[in-house]
Design a protein around this ligand. Structure first.
Ligand code: FES
Length: 314
């Protein structure tokens, strides 16, 4: 998916919500308000230098004078969140996409249970903002330190009951226990780190509890060994790219000047999908369907060759 409709905007407010999370509010420059959106939807924000990232909309759907996002600073990330924290200031011009669909409330559920891990609270808060039953909702919010918890006041204003799980205080959430204790007819909505989401999905699958989730891109850390090196032959570009063990196909293509769109760098958004003509693929994304994969589609930002060479139609 490539989002091309962008709204010229200006950053109108920057606020620190915790040591590592900042809230950014943006207003449109050439129109009175932003398009309407549903709770749980997200936008892509593009900075002046072309850096693009996807964020959950955290503000109320009734407020369209501005869009609100929150950004976690990732020290070991590839620099996107660092760029937002260190240099995006009030007055900076940015480009904001039209809202994109996210999680939806399960209308058939009798009970709604929300689980957020870390910055995943932004997706959960956005969903609750558009949910008429937010006042009866239970939110399990998992953080490492108490001070990491953000948006508690907003959750309180919605009337939701927040149960804070603080791992350094010994109150880490037990996914199996949570799922086992759910009332009949409950649907679980979750967003957070991969390990938390996996533990919920596994526990829920074992008891046939329905779940809905929003995946955040997990960007590989700098100098992390991502897999074996391989060679990618880019047919249309007429280039052969050597992909090192600590870099992605996307990074090596950009290094060699092969044009390619990208955004999340975490295998979520689908912006960087390429078509592979030949060579086995080690798929690591969260966005391609089985049929996409059978057709040879591959995300350049996270997936790799399963052998020593790929031929790409690009
Ligand atoms: S950049 Fe988003 S899936 Fe690759």
């Amino acid at each position: 998916m490539s989002i091309r409709l962008l709204i010229a905007s200006e950053v109108v407010e920057v606020a620190a919500l915790s040591e590592s999370v900042r809230r950014f509010r943006m207003a449109p420059l050439h129109r009175p308000s932003y398009p309407s959106f549903l709770g749980g939807e997200h936008v892509q924000v593009q900075l002046g230098d072309g850096l693009r990232r996807d964020f959950s909309l955290c503000g109320s759907p009734s407020e369209r004078d501005f869009y609100e996002i929150a950004v976690l600073r990732e020290e070991d990330g590839r620099g996107g969140s660092e760029r937002f924290h260190s240099s995006v200031r009030v007055g900076e011009e940015v480009y904001v996409s039209y809202p994109q669909p996210g999680m939806l409330i399960d209308e058939r559920a009798a009970h709604h249970v929300f689980v957020a891990g870390g910055i995943g609270i932004t997706a959960i808060l956005g969903l609750l903002r558009g949910f008429a039953g937010a006042a009866e909702a239970v939110v399990h919010y998992c953080v490492r330190h108490q001070a990491d918890a953000v948006y508690l006041e907003e959750l309180e204003q919605l009337g939701s009951r927040v149960i804070l799980h603080v791992s350094t205080a010994g109150t880490r959430m037990d996914a199996e226990e949570l799922i086992a204790g759910l009332p009949l007819g409950a649907t679980v909505y979750h967003c957070g780190p991969e390990s938390l989401m996996r533990s919920i999905d596994e526990a829920a699958a074992a008891r046939a509890v329905p779940t809905r989730s929003e995946t955040f891109a997990t960007v590989p850390k700098r100098r992390e060994i991502l897999g074996a090196p391989f060679r990618a032959i880019m047919l249309a570009a007429g280039k052969t790219v050597e992909v090192g063990a600590d870099e992605t196909l996307l990074q090596s293509m950009l290094r060699e000047g092969v044009p390619i769109e990208f955004s999340c760098e975490g295998g979520v958004c689908g912006s960087c999908v390429v078509e592979v003509q030949d060579g086995p693929i080690d798929h690591r994304d969260h966005c391609l369907s089985d049929s996409d994969r059978r057709l040879g589609m591959m995300t350049a930002c996270v997936s790799r060759a399963a052998g020593d060479q790929l031929t790409v139609l690009l």
